[in-house]
Design a protein around this ligand. Structure first.
Ligand code: FES
Length: 113
């Protein structure tokens, strides 16, 4: 499962291009429950209902809870890359599922933050 999100306004979500969006694996990096994105004021993050791990919508980095205590790459969500065509339709470019590229579902991704 994957989650497409539009970033909050203060993180560039009002841009009329691909930079306003992210796609992340929906599988929590702790024990593989399904996390959910909460865009509402005061949250603006991904939250896992099982043990309260939280995820940064900009990077996919675990920012709280047990997933944030795991060693890299198991603290950053897998993220396919997006591109847009001339009409504004978004596409996922063919992902490379390894930890140095788009990540491994349920395991994580190395990222420069
Ligand atoms: S499975 Fe998500 S915090 Fe444990």
């Amino acid at each position: 499962m994957w989650q497409l999100i539009r970033l909050p306004q203060e993180l560039g979500g009002e841009a009329n291009d691909v930079s306003a969006f992210r796609v992340y694996s929906n599988i929590c990096l702790h024990l593989w429950c399904l996390w959910k994105y909460y865009p509402d004021e005061g949250r603006k993050r991904g939250e896992c209902p099982c043990h309260a791990s939280t995820y940064d919508p900009m990077t996919g980095l675990a920012t709280g809870g047990p997933a944030s205590l795991q060693a890299p790459p198991s603290n950053v969500l897998p993220k396919p890359d997006l591109e847009a065509d001339s009409q504004g339709y978004l596409y996922i470019t063919p992902p490379k599922f390894d930890t140095a590229s788009n990540g491994i579902v349920g395991y994580g991704r190395f990222v420069k933050i």
